[in-house]
Design a protein around this ligand. Structure first.
Ligand SMILES: Cc1cc2nc3c(=O)[nH]c(=O)nc-3n(C[C@H](O)[C@H](O)[C@H](O)COP(=O)(O)OP(=O)(O)OC[C@H]3O[C@@H](n4cnc5c(N)ncnc54)[C@H](O)[C@@H]3O)c2cc1C
Length: 391
């Protein structure tokens, strides 16, 4: 088999790249190790930056998102028993974020890709990459037990944090920067109408909590917990009791409770490798970096990377020039590090750190007070949350 660009991974990075290339008349084949139903049901992120929303619409992929998603123009920061709204529209010239689940985005991207005759090879197993140091990259894999080879001009490693592409780059080329956090998030999906129409980020002395939603009938809620928290210790009643404590306000706020339909624990880490390219292999999205979910950035950062990669590939196929491709990593990393900073900052501002001293707690509350009372500080939060511009 032969194509222009071999894309490994049908997550947001791989699928958006395939669509961007298709629009530019560049052929690609997407290889995915899982089945289609698996990737279409995997519950993950749910906040799309304004730029991601605009891109999906521009590509003609946003019809269902615009019908079913919830556009939000603010969030609430809650501490000391009071809520404080950050008004994105006012602070950023009308921008907002879309609440639309990642697996719904995946469904839309897969359906549109297949309808347009594009290829996605599901259940591609034993994937390995080679030849990318020179001019003849090749992807080897098996499908239905048959060994296969895909020859291509470039390989896009969009295979997430646990994929094979990052590890295929020779030792000594990449440098990793990492931070692990001493907590995780216990997340639930519940059949309960959200108690507020916008997200609530709560800083509480018992730990962080986040109220989000998937639809007007389904709430998505998170509690700060131990990184290796045992879910068996968290029957639904205990989860609701703890949530109610962390979201409580002076004026008697109460969450709407309902059946819990999904439960899980997510670890928190910041991770970046530099550079994000080697020869004809390019890493994009989680294969190159991970952010803690507090800033709601993981999916959006994956999309931003592939926009840069698609521009570079477009330039190459139009003119044979590699100027943009050569700068891929440099261009992406400037934004990646700004987004890392924001995600780390939101995490530090809102969570309880095990070894916090009374001094640190007072400092955190003072910072929250500042962030919710200074227009300059609120603007900083708002412009990062709705998404920094692409260069
Ligand atoms: C449990 C969980 C909860 C999350 N919650 C949030 C959140 O609330 N907010 C937020 O902003 N972000 C969240 N994230 C992060 C966000 O979902 C990711 O940043 C985003 O999915 C990155 O997209 P990607 O395309 O780079 O990688 P992925 O979505 O991971 O896609 C990679 C794809 O490659 C496939 N693959 C892997 N290895 C191979 C291989 N060897 N061969 C072929 N295919 C392969 C995988 O099956 C997958 O489909 C969460 C992540 C997880 C895991």
């Amino acid at each position: 088999m032969r194509t222009h660009v071999g894309i490994i991974g049908a997550g947001p990075a791989g699928l958006v790249l395939a669509h961007l290339l298709q629009r530019a008349g560049i052929e690609s084949v997407v290889l995915e190790s899982q089945t289609r139903p698996y990737i279409e049901e995997r519950v993950r992120a749910g906040v799309l930056e304004q730029g991601t929303v605009d891109l999906l619409n521009e590509l003609g992929l946003g019809e269902r998102m615009m019908r079913q998603g919830l556009m939000h123009y603010g969030v609430e920061l809650r501490f000391g028993g009071r809520g404080h709204r950050i008004d994105f529209a006012d602070l950023t010239g009308g921008k907002g974020v879309m609440i639309y689940a990642q697996h719904e985005v995946i469904k839309d991207l897969v359906a549109a890709r297949l309808a347009a005759g594009g290829e996605i090879l599901f259940e591609a197993k034993d994937v390995s990459v080679g030849g990318f140091e020179g001019e003849r990259p090749v992807i080897r894999f098996t499908q239905n037990g048959e060994p296969m080879e895909l020859h291509c001009d470039f390989i896009a490693g969009c295979d997430g944090f646990h994929g094979v592409c990052r590890g295929a780059i020779p030792d000594g080329v990449l440098k990793a920067y990492e931070r692990e956090y001493p907590f995780g998030w216990l997340g639930i999906l519940a059949e309960a109408p959200p108690a507020s129409h916008e997200l609530i980020y709560a800083n509480h002395e018992r730990g962080f909590a986040l109220m989000s939603m998937r639809s007007p009938k389904i709430s998505r809620l998170y509690l700060q917990c131990e990184p290796d928290e045992d879910l068996n210790k968290w029957p639904d009643a205990r989860i609701w009791e703890e949530m109610q404590k962390r979201f409580a306000t002076m004026d008697g706020f109460s969450l709407t409770e309902g059946p819990v339909i999904q439960k899980g624990v997510t670890g928190m880490r910041s991770f970046v490798v530099e550079p994000m390219q080697f020869g004809r292999l390019f890493l994009a999205g989680d294969s190159a970096h991970i952010v803690p979910p507090t800033g709601a950035k993981g999916l959006n950062l994956a999309v931003a990377d592939v926009r840069v990669l698609a521009s570079g590939l477009k330039e190459f196929y139009a003119s044979g020039k590699r100027d943009l491709l050569n700068k891929y990593s440099e261009i992406c990393l400037r934004r990646v590090w700004k987004v890392q900073r924001f995600s780390w900052w939101m995490t530090s501002l809102l969570h309880k750190f095990g070894a916090d001293s009374a001094f640190d707690r007072r400092r955190q509350l003072a910072e929250l007070d500042y962030v919710t009372s200074s227009r300059a500080a609120m603007t900083t939060l708002a412009e990062n949350y709705v998404g920094l511009p692409l260069e």
